[in-house]
Write a new protein. Structure first.
Lengths: 288, 308
């Protein structure tokens, strides 16, 4: 990310984490400015969860990391008053009753707003007397989101929050997050490998592959750095000389994505677009 | 301890109750109900036998039961109480202790197993079902988590079981008293006075409090295994001490390790020195130090806990 200001919500510098011989994180560095929605995107096993666990102080690592100005490995209790996370679906304990969960958070979390939680739950089909094990997977996620949305934190971390949910729940989840929660003061980090769904929410992109950051950009800057060209047939050779990061044939047309190539050089080759995050993702991952 | 922690602790203990309602509440309720029923029925049916014992010990006791033994259960029980009323005070104390409060023994044994499995499971199960990721997303310190579980195991569960012991004692005596209403018996003198209920219960409170320190090496060890094991906590909890005992057996003529382990896994009230003598005894200090060491290690492990 381009902003290197001191007010970063997260500042990571050379984070490395190994499990035996396997390097899960290989010296990753990035910054997250306040008020951003960051997509941490990578294929399965790329190091997304390990990165997020490092941010939350749930795992040891080498390197320098500051979350809200302090080392997450120390004073986790204080950090967790300002950071919330939903890791995957289905981590709410099965025996917990919905009403009890609200009571529990009210006593445990100084920034939990009971009325807000009840208001949010009222918009779902979740009954207060139900136990988590009686709810469908989608409803458990709704419950978890409602509880988390009632906590006023500075950073919300979502690790594959919608994995295993059907499209209706997935869509509702992100709509709700954006409409009812995001207020440009809280930052959100979402990890996923389902790029298309969150593309429109994001202000920042972080691509991660095999423990390395392969792309780090604000969404607004994406157009300056990446261009997709629908290359006209007679210019294909010329286009190839400019070293596209991806090239594929679609409906008889060559689509090429270029990185850091002057727009003036690309314009004569064909129609210009900003590549979709999904296409960019595929391009970046293929290059490895 | 800050104010947030003080607000959190009761809720964390409540949380343990929500999760373990069955073994904290329903199990002792069922055990109490069944054992009271069995003991009442037993004391009625064992009537003849009991009276025979009475006769052997106290020659001057009147024999007036044989002819009544063909009556209803209620009659049998009534006659049994009359027999009890006619025996000596010391005998009544023994009968009440052995027969009437047998339910206490059953509840105390149940309690031992409930505590054992609770402590062994409490820092393990949530890692296994991944809910640790939810608990860790909350501003609760690792100390707070472990202490809430330790307090639940060492004080809350025993106190709940004590309440059921009180309930079973009182209901045994109440049922007997109701039966005795139809008999020419001084109920207080026959049943309630020799029962020594209040001293009995105060003893049990002392028992719980003293044991919470006395057994800390054992309960702390359970917590440590619970926080550490990636699988089969039961095997670790038994296996590691077994290994050390085996080493002791092979390489040493001493059996102090065995001595220490075997005495500290069971609750007790006092040793030979009385309660104050015990609290300041070297053995209690050693138990406390070892126990606190294990608990501290469990807190440290909890800090690194992850899904398994």
């Amino acid at each position: 990310m381009s902003e290197q200001n001191a007010a970063s919500i997260v500042r990571a510098e050379g984070i490395t984490k190994s499990f035996g011989d396997f390097r899960a994180l290989d010296g990753i560095s990035f910054n997250i400015p306040p008020g951003s929605i960051v997509g941490l995107i990578g294929p399965n096993g790329a190091g997304k969860t390990t990165t997020l666990k490092a941010l939350l102080g749930l795992t040891d690592f080498e390197g320098e990391l500051e979350v809200l100005g302090s080392d997450p490995r120390k004073n986790r209790q204080e950090l967790m008053q300002r950071v919330c996370f939903i890791s995957d679906v289905g981590v709410l304990p099965k025996w917990l009753k919905v009403a009890d969960a609200v009571d529990f958070l009210e006593a445990i979390h100084p920034r939990f707003n009971r009325d807000r939680a009840i208001e949010l739950l009222a918009t779902t089909d979740i009954r207060k007397g139900s136990k988590v094990k009686q709810l469908s997977k989608g409803m458990v996620t709704q419950l978890h989101l409602a509880l988390v949305m009632a906590i006023d934190v500075e950073l919300l971390v979502l690790d594959e929050p919608t994995i295993g949910l059907d499209i209706l729940y997935r869509k509702e989840f992100y709509d709700r997050l954006l409409n009812d929660y995001f207020d440009h003061e809280t930052s959100i980090i979402i990890s996923t490998h389902q790029v298309e769904e969150i593309e429109s929410l994001l202000t920042h992109l972080l691509f991660i592959d095999r423990g390395r950051i392969v792309l780090d950009s604000a969404m607004d800057d994406l157009a300056d750095q990446y261009r997709e060209v629908l290359v006209v047939p007679e210019c294909v050779e010329q286009a190839n000389d400019l070293c596209p990061i991806s090239s594929r044939e679609l409906l008889g047309k060559k689509r090429m994505i270029f990185e850091h190539v002057d727009v003036d050089l690309l314009r004569p080759l064909g129609e210009l677009h900003v590549p979709s995050v999904a296409d960019l993702f595929v391009a970046k991952m293929q290059r490895g | 301890m800050n104010t947030l922690a003080l607000k959190q602790l009761p809720m964390l203990i409540k949380r343990e109750y929500w999760e373990h309602r069955t073994t904290f509440l329903y199990l002792p309720a069922v055990v109490t109900a069944v054992s009271v029923a069995v003991l009442i029925l037993g004391s009625a049916l064992m009537q003849t036998g009991m009276v025979m014992v009475t006769i052997n010990n106290h020659e001057n006791v009147r024999i007036h039961t044989e002819t009544e033994s063909s009556g209803s259960l209620l009659d049998l029980f009534g006659a049994r109480l009359v027999g009890l009323a006619d025996s000596s005070f010391g005998h009544r104390e023994r009968v009440l202790n052995d027969l009437y409060f047998g339910s206490s023994t059953i509840l105390v044994s149940t309690l031992w197993f409930v505590m054992f499995f609770y402590l062994l499971d409490c820092l393990y199960q949530d890692r296994k079902d991944r809910s640790v990721l939810f608990w860790k997303s909350l501003p609760i310190s690792d100390w707070m988590t472990v202490v809430s579980k330790l307090l639940t195991g060492l004080l809350v569960i025993p106190v709940v079981y004590l309440l059921f012991i009180v309930l079973s004692n009182v209901s045994m005596l109440l049922i007997s008293s109701m039966v005795a209403l139809g008999q020419p018996i001084d109920i207080w003198d026959t049943l309630w006075a020799p029962a020594h209920l209040i001293p009995r219960w105060i003893d049990m409170i002392g028992y719980i409090l003293f044991s919470s320190i006395w057994c800390l090496p054992f309960t702390g060890w359970l917590l440590l295994v619970s926080s550490w094991a990636k699988s089969a906590p039961l095997a670790w909890v038994v296996g590691v001490p077994f290994f050390f005992l085996l080493m002791e057996k092979i390489f040493s003529r001493d059996d102090s390790l065995w001595e220490f382990m075997s005495t500290h896994i069971l609750a007790r009230y006092t040793t030979d020195h009385g309660i104050t003598g015990d609290l300041y005894s070297l053995e209690v200090v050693v138990a406390l130090v070892i126990g606190v060491g294990f608990v501290t290690a469990a807190v440290w492990r909890r800090g690194h806990a992850d899904e398994i």
